[in-house]
Design a protein around this ligand. Structure first.
Ligand code: HEM
Length: 396
């Protein structure tokens, strides 16, 4: 397994940009689905939530943003990212100030100190697992901080999230005993945390979720609990993969590492290019709410339509020489964080975490080499890394 299948998507963009993936033995729910691979179509679909619903469409009971249908009542229509407006916009508006750049500036110094300490510990060891020791740790500490999860509990949550998001021992959409247990544990932890926050609110996101009201009504218990699970997963899994895959790109290009070291003004551009390159959320699904045409194809109400951000990010119509890792790319209008009303709520946090982590690395590390192969996660929900053994050499 070696990451996202770019060659397949190069071909789809060229030959069949709106392609009907027929049902196979592996397609969830025994159904086919549409595959959008071109930037322009994906931007159009992501910007038209009335036609492309995150919740459901046609005669489906469920829906959501994964290829497999998730049931209405606890996922579709309840999770913020699988909810349509107007409810979606109202819940989102409640949360936005907690992740706005102005708020995040207050935690930046803390994250810098944490990143510095993590890198120092890894450098002292010499060899480490870049994924576990560095890439995963900072986002986890940051999201624990943001949500008001005690730092000592974060590894338990991380363990559950890993089980729920990895497809090592099961088919797409299949839920086995291990994943059922992990999802249940996360949910029950979230319920206990929310009760504690309700009793004694603090200045964190879960206290806000436990106490906020819309038209005088609190969020439903299910909405609160699902928000917790969503933020733990979204906040910890995606960023670590972008950091790890960004680092892997830099390991293959030591000259860029040295340029970044001497000219930090290049770092923001490098972070954007890492986000585009990694596209750690490869796709999200929508459901067509009405019959319509796209790219010469007839899409019917209720059809599943998948938007492949990772493919849009390599579309030569928008990104010249798209398979080149180029930190000076300008403009770089990548879709790593999606587009439209569901644009990633944590994008400013993710960008800050990446900046902070690479600053700490550039400050302390002269070179990074792989000491073994990068091991990828088996998943199409996340393009991710499970292990990445490296040797870090400190500056003299
Ligand atoms: C590099 C890191 C990240 C990537 C690549 C990423 C990617 C994405 C994408 C593609 C979407 C759009 C989903 C859709 O349209 O269906 C999204 C939404 C979302 N992300 Fe992120 N994300 C990242 C980091 C984060 C972090 C750190 C948080 C939490 C603090 C977060 C929370 C969310 C939430 C809550 C949504 C749903 C927003 C809505 O539906 O209105 N993400 N993310």
């Amino acid at each position: 397994m070696c990451g996202f299948p770019h060659e397949t998507f190069d071909r789809l963009r060229a030959e069949a940009p709106v392609w009907w993936h027929p049902p196979t033995g592996h397609t969830p729910d025994g159904e086919g689905f549409w595959v959008l691979s071109r930037y322009a179509h994906i931007v159009a679909a992501a910007g038209d939530s009335a036609t492309y619903s995150s919740q459901g469409g046609g005669t489906r009971a469920g829906g959501g943003t994964l290829i497999e249908d998730l049931p209405g009542g606890w996922a579709a229509g309840v999770l913020l990212n699988m909810m349509d407006d107007p409810r979606h916009a109202r819940v989102r508006r409640l949360l936005t100030p907690s992740v706005a750049p102005r708020t995040l500036r207050l935690i930046e110094a803390d994250l810098r100190a944490r990143a510095g300490a993590l890198v120092a510990a890894a450098v002292a060891k010499g060899e480490c697992d870049f994924l576990l020791d560095l890439a995963a740790e900072l986002p986890l500490q940051a999201v624990a901080n943001l949500l008001g999860v005690p730092q000592e509990d974060r590894h338990r949550l991380f363990g559950w999230a890993n089980v729920a998001l990895d497809y090592q021992d099961r088919e797409l959409g299949e839920i086995n005993a291990r994943t059922r247990e992990a999802v249940a544990q996360t949910r029950s932890y979230g319920t206990r945390l929310l009760a504690a926050k309700k009793a004694a609110p603090a200045d964190d996101l879960m206290s806000l979720a436990a106490t906020a009201t819309i038209d005088g009504e609190p969020l439903s218990e299910m909405e609160q609990a699902m928000l917790f699970s969503l933020l733990i997963a979204a906040g910890s899994e995606t960023t670590r993969n972008s950091v790890a895959l960004g680092m892997a790109a830099l390991i293959e290009r030591p000259e860029i590492w040295h340029r970044l070291r001497t000219d930090r003004s290049l770092l923001d551009g490098a972070v954007e290019e890492m986000l585009r390159w990694a596209s750690s959320t490869p796709y999200n699904r929508r459901t067509a709410t009405r019959d319509h045409e796209l790219g010469g194809q007839r899409i019917r109400a209720g059809d599943k339509v998948t938007l492949w951000w990772a493919s849009a990010n390599r579309d030569a119509e928008v990104f010249p020489d798209p398979h080149r890792f180029d930190i000076s790319r300008k403009p770089n209008p990548h879709l790593a964080f999606g587009r439209g009303g569901h644009f990633c709520l944590g994008s400013a946090l993710a960008r800050m975490e990446m900046r902070v982590m690479f600053t700490a690395l550039l400050d302390q590390v002269a070179s990074v080499e792989l000491t073994g192969p990068v091991e990828y996660t088996r998943s199409n929900k996340h393009t991710g890394v499970r292990h990445m053994p490296v040797r870090l050499t400190a500056w003299d």
